[in-house]
Design a protein around this ligand. Sequence first.
Ligand code: FES
Length: 79
Amino acid sequence: MIIEVCIDNSCEQKGAFEVVKKIQELIAANSLTQKIVLQGCCCKGKCGSGVSVTVDQTCFSVLPGEVTQFFKEQVLKKL
Ligand code: FES
């Protein structure tokens, strides 16, 4: 699985690096380092209310406080 977090201006201001850090922690806590590639990306033109996070081509808008729930629903359930 590939997870891309937009770290461009608009998303950076909404907490992109905090989102990256939380996803890294969740990947490690769930022993998924062999199954998930986490990478940063530039603006996808989907600047919304949260940080743009793409999971296998599907784009989501995620705020730092929503990462744990997002990870459960959109990552763990799909592995
Ligand atoms: S800056 Fe992240 S989608 Fe535009």
